[in-house]
Design a protein around this ligand. Structure first.
Ligand code: CU
Length: 81
């Protein structure tokens, strides 16, 4: 049994991975447009667009789901889920 309060051995950065289903993506242009817009969202560190799966994966820390959805919409695409 641990005695007392056990602190974390190191500080873990809060990294989020969010995925969005965007049926409208179909080519490199779509991918580039979404990547450009989503990259502007605060906290976003990486954007990956899977053209076959039509999934946008966003990696970052402390990012806002609403802002990412807004950025995808801004790029001209609709988030399905
Ligand atoms: Cu396209």
């Amino acid at each position: 049994m641990p005695h007392g309060h056990t602190p974390l051995p190191y500080k873990i950065a809060v990294v989020n991975l969010a995925t969005y289903s965007v049926p409208g993506v179909h080519c490199a242009h779509c991918s580039a447009a979404i990547t450009a817009e989503v990259s502007k969202v605060a906290g976003v560190e990486g954007v990956d667009v899977d053209l076959e799966g039509k999934v946008v994966s966003v990696q970052g820390a402390g990012m806002s789901d609403a802002e990412i959805r807004g950025a995808i919409a801004e790029a001209g695409y609709e988030v399905a889920a």
